[in-house]
Design a protein around this ligand. Structure first.
Ligand code: TRP
Length: 456
């Protein structure tokens, strides 16, 4: 094929390495903060059941498709989507699907790094005893003052981007794999420690009730939509991250089994995070439904008032930083691989250029919390809100829909059948049915709801 100017990418050293890397990508703020909170709000275990169903029927089939396209192409996201489309005698313009993923991860990382930076600041702040003895109002003020200081925010955002650069510039084996080998066990270790601590608190049983006691009365049609949207976000679909990680997966590994492992590990961390967080909330009489401020304003109140709270708090924020780092690596890698293969950049310069550009665009979000607070882009959204909404309302659902469409209707059945190489044929046909009919409808409903919410 004349289009193949680049050769296949390097590979993960094992199937487990891929599972770890993809899990590190999937586990993020979505698991540690959002999942516990929406679970509590939407009926506990009844919601968990619906969420598991959404992961299985919508999330998993798209995850499988993304890894499948990546491995079939074996290159950077743009080349891979083009090669796979051409193989099925379809238009080369399908490479725009790869480009869409690159653009999405670029903008997502620009503000993800900012929030990771907040957690970095809070890790050190906690360990140094910054919150000791403060009351709720003082903790609130501490956070607001921090947001109002552009230099501090830039410092932490830059530090996080620098660490991401250091990891990714060393390449797949010496950078990504080495880091992920420490990061994933580290994440689980911290989680287990925090869960162990929370089990000793008086709020443990009420928290378990809150999280797991089935209450179908609080389960509304709205809850189902929340579960659907979250199933989509939490698996890191549609940002080309899983596409590039799939390209590094060996041909022998089973895509079905590895992706199921990723979905299980991702869900497990989300549940463990809930079991770690809510006993704190209930033991200190705090409000569980605080939304975005739960992590930075509510939990520090508990840390400020408990014995050894600076250590527990420090560990908790470190957990968030590590989770965000695993995600950040996977958001920059698609762009780096593209620059290397198509722009003939060396890895170090490709990473430097990518990280610098993301950092630079991210400054807009940083400043929109202080000096550019009053500048609005669309309706009354600040720069940060505009980019966040652009990503989560338009780019992610669009990417998910197109991935499903591509795998279900553009690729030939023989290509997907061959690449998935499922042990049982009926599983293949189940996947194909889901991806052609059920998944696109699911994604359409999420998008419709997001836009309807926005307009109302
Ligand atoms: N899954 C991540 C979380 O739960 C967020 C996320 C969405 C992501 N898309 C991504 C992370 C792409 C890395 C790459 O927080």
């Amino acid at each position: 094929m004349a289009q193949l100017t680049s050769s296949r990418s390097a590979q993960w050293s094992s199937r487990w390495m891929f599972i770890f890397a993809a899990t590190a990508s999937a586990v993020g703020l979505g698991n540690i903060w959002k999942f516990p909170y929406i679970t509590g709000e939407n009926g506990g275990s009844a919601f968990v059941l619906v969420y598991l169903l959404c992961i299985t029927l919508i999330g998993l089939p798209i995850l499988i498709s993304e890894v499948l396209i990546g491995r079939r192409g074996g290159r950077n996201p743009i080349d891979s989507t083009r090669i796979v489309a051409l193989e099925s005698h379809r238009s080369r313009h399908w490479q725009l699907l790869g480009a869409l993923g690159l653009i999405t991860s670029f903008f997502l990382l620009s503000y993800y790094a900012l929030i990771a930076g907040w957690a970095g600041h809070y890790t050190f702040g906690s360990l140094l005893g910054m919150f000791k003895g403060l009351n709720a109002q003082q903790i609130d003020e501490t956070f607001e003052q921090f947001l109002a200081d552009p230099l501090q925010l830039i410092f932490w955002q830059s530090l996080f981007m620098l660490i991401t650069f250091l990891v990714v510039s060393r390449g797949i084996k010496a950078g990504l794999e080495k880091t992920i080998r420490v990061l994933v066990p580290g994440l689980f270790l911290i989680l287990v420690l925090l869960v162990g601590y929370s089990m000793t608190l008086p709020g443990f049983l009420p928290a378990m009730d809150f999280l797991f006691k089935p209450d179908f009365k609080t389960l509304t049609s709205q809850s189902v939509l929340v579960a659907l949207g979250h199933a989509f976000f939490t698996l890191s679909i549609a940002t080309a991250s899983m596409l590039i990680y799939g390209a590094y997966l060996s041909k022998e590994a089973s895509i079905g089994r590895t992706t199921v492992a990723i979905a299980i590990l991702d869900t497990l961390t989300a549940l463990l995070a809930g079991i770690a967080i809510f006993p704190l909330v209930f033991s200190y009489g705090l409000e569980p439904g605080q939304g975005p401020t739960l992590v930075f304003k509510t939990l520090p109140i508990a840390f400020a008032n408990m014995p050894g709270g600076h250590i527990i708090g420090g560990l908790f924020f470190l957990l968030i930083v590590l989770a965000a780092l695993g995600s950040a690596i996977s958001m920059i890698e698609p762009l780096v691989s593209w620059l290397m293969q198509r722009g003939s950049f060396k890895r170090i310069s490709a990473t430097a250029l990518s990280c610098f550009s993301v950092w630079f665009v991210g400054l807009g979000s940083v400043l929109s919390f202080n000096v550019w607070k009053h500048i609005t882009i669309i309706s009354n959204w600040t720069i940060y809100q505009t980019i966040d909404n652009l990503v989560s309302i338009i780019l992610l659902p669009l990417g998910g829909f197109l991935l499903a469409f591509f795998a279900g209707w553009i690729m030939t059945q023989s290509a997907t059948h061959d690449e998935l190489n499922m042990k049982y044929n009926w599983i293949y046909y189940l996947w194909r049915f889901l991806i052609r009919f059920i998944t696109p409808i699911g994604v359409f409903i999420i998008t419709y709801r997001l836009i309807a919410d926005l307009v109302s």
